[in-house]
Design a protein around this ligand. Sequence first.
Ligand SMILES: [Zn+2]
Length: 241
Amino acid sequence: MLSEQDLTIPNSAKQGMDAILKGVNRFETVVFPENREYHEALVTQPQRPQALFITCADSRIHPNLLTGTRPGSLFLIRNAGNIIPPYGSGGASGEAATIEYALSVLQVKNIILCGHSHCGAIRAMLEGKLSDEIPSVRQWFTHTESVQRLFGTKKPTDITEDDVILAAEENVILQLAHLRTHPAVAFGLSHGELNIYGWVYHLGQGKVYGLNPASGEFTSLQEEEAIPLPGLRSRRKGPVR
Ligand SMILES: [Zn+2]
């Protein structure tokens, strides 16, 4: 439950940190004791997450709140723009290592790649504002270059929220393609042991849209059953040699 305090914008570093420490204190004295049995079970049994959830670092996205899940349910990758570099690009990355660990060690069977509306990084990309002042972001966003090419750049005043959502959708489709280049993902898909999904969360509306492989459109998750996206060799029968 959100309180008025949760929505207060801290006007100093100290005020922000005080609110966080108050939250830690509440967790230690109220939340953890009330759910002691559940939290203790998390360390007495191996973790078995239901999904690898990949999303943007944006603070307004709360994967557990969004999916009605608790600690232990989602293995997470978060970064600016929910980007997955193609396998092998620039050597090992945190994203590659986390995907590999989730699939090969934890035996995760679902991957959800979730973009979102109102994405500051996507808007900056559309505005051509990934400048020299943020060189790491600019370099990171070379992994979205196809989306940038598709949309070109516009004046900030000409960019609507619909443009940002469309670009966020295209970026999810592109990053799903990158995801498929990771050997553990390709292997899992080809053996029918892994399902992957592309979502876009519309902030402020409380709605999640999923990529429908039949239509190629993002449609409300409430309107139909989630359909996993096909893999590279998903129609292949029999063992892969
Ligand atoms: Zn974002």
